[in-house]
Design a protein around this ligand. Structure first.
Ligand code: ADP
Length: 350
């Protein structure tokens, strides 16, 4: 017992939740953080009744039995959120005390879960058009082999499904490129007005086709910012395409640019580009989640219109890189407004 006070001092001083177990299998020291995790008073208890979770108990048994290091995961729930800890069990000679420390790996576990969800989503998104394509190929090989009218119709649908897969793969590549350089600040001097005029010009045929009046009220003078021209082109293309797609026939889409010396959102000089449609609007519950990958407010409509569910996720990442913001306001039946807020200079404020 002579060494115990030293062990408890070391355990108390550790910045992680920690406890120590001696060869009689009792907890001989525990710090406040570990005690909080275990809830029941643990000092002096047998470790099995204090730790309880089988994986952790097994790791301690292995370490006490063999003297070898062992690790396990400890799952907890704190302040109404699930937490995950990596538990490291190490033997401390000469008394062969087992030192148990808990490292919070909740964010790592959450990232792993996100990755699994993402792969599942991508697979699902690709499988839908692939299943349609396979079905049509089989029909063309069999029943519709000698039916030229059906063949043409099916080939049209197959082309559309292939286009959907192509867009999805294109958006996934964009997203990964944008994510890869999200931390690299753009340094090129660009004229926002040149970008907006180009986007509006390129999108005009799409608006005409959809019977949409594209109402762009753009300033004549240049607005020079530090930015990545290709990426900002993508931001405005995605937002205006969405406004046309979801805005509906025979309506208008308005694009306005407002410069401000002191933006309330950025606390710095800014440029705001507002893209407003007169469509059905988006219910308030969806607004905070619109920029999540594959999140769709109206799933059916998005799919019919050939959406990938990635457009706004790409917009968000590009704006993060530019230290900008995306603000969305919408009223059911009145339309939606997507506002891009960009700082006038990346070096100051924001
Ligand atoms: P999608 O490829 O599905 O359009 P986005 O990431 O661009 O994906 O948009 C996510 C979702 O946000 C869309 O599925 C749609 O439900 C909703 N949305 C985006 N823009 C608008 C808009 N202007 N009006 C109504 N809903 C919109």
């Amino acid at each position: 017992m002579a060494g115990n006070p030293a062990v408890s001092d070391v355990v108390a001083a550790l910045p992680l939740p920690a406890l120590a177990i001696d060869t009689s299998e009792q907890i001989i020291a525990i710090n406040d953080a570990a005690q909080k995790l275990l809830t029941l008073p643990a000092l002096g208890r047998h470790f099995i009744t204090a730790l309880r979770q089988p994986a952790v108990v097994e790791a301690v048994e292995r370490c006490l039995g063999t003297g070898k290091s062992a690790n396990a995961q400890f799952l907890s729930r704190e302040n109404a959120t699930d937490t995950t800890y990596d538990v490291a069990v190490r033997s401390v000679p000469p008394a062969d005390v087992a030192l148990v420390t808990f490292t919070d790996i909740t964010h790592v576990a959450a990232a792993g879960q996100m990755r699994r969800d993402f792969v599942a989503n991508v697979s699902h998104e690709l499988r839908t058009p692939l299943t349609a394509l396979t079905g049509f190929i089989e029909t063309l090989q069999g029943p519709a082999r000698d039916d030229p009218a059906a063949r043409d119709r099916f080939l049209d649908i197959m082309m559309k499904e292939a286009g959907r897969m192509n867009r999805l793969v294109g958006d996934l590549l964009s997203l990964s490129r944008v994510e890869a350089d999200e931390r690299v600040r753009p340094t090129a001097q660009i004229d926002l007005m040149v970008i907006l005029n180009t986007v509006v010009r390129n999108i005009a045929p799409l608006a005409t086709e959809a019977h949409i009046d594209l109402n762009a009220d753009l300033p004549e003078s240049p607005i020079i910012l530090e930015g990545d021209a290709d990426q900002l082109t993508q931001v405005f293309t995605n937002l205006i395409e969405n406004a046309i797609k979801y805005g509906g026939r025979d309506k208008a889409v308005h694009i306005d640019v407002i410069e401000s010396d002191h933006d309330t959102a950025l606390r710095a000089p800014s440029v705001r580009v507002c893209v407003r449609d007169e469509g059905p609007g988006i219910a308030a519950v969806h607004l905070p989640r619109l920029t999540e990958r594959f999140y769709r407010a109206d799933s059916h409509r998005s799919r019919v219109l050939g959406g990938t569910g990635l457009g706004l996720a790409i917009v968000k990442h590009i704006l993060n890189r530019h230290r900008g913001r995306l603000k969305v306001t919408s009223q059911i039946g009145q339309g939606s407004e997507f506002t891009v807020v960009l700082p006038q200079s990346l070096s100051g404020g924001g």
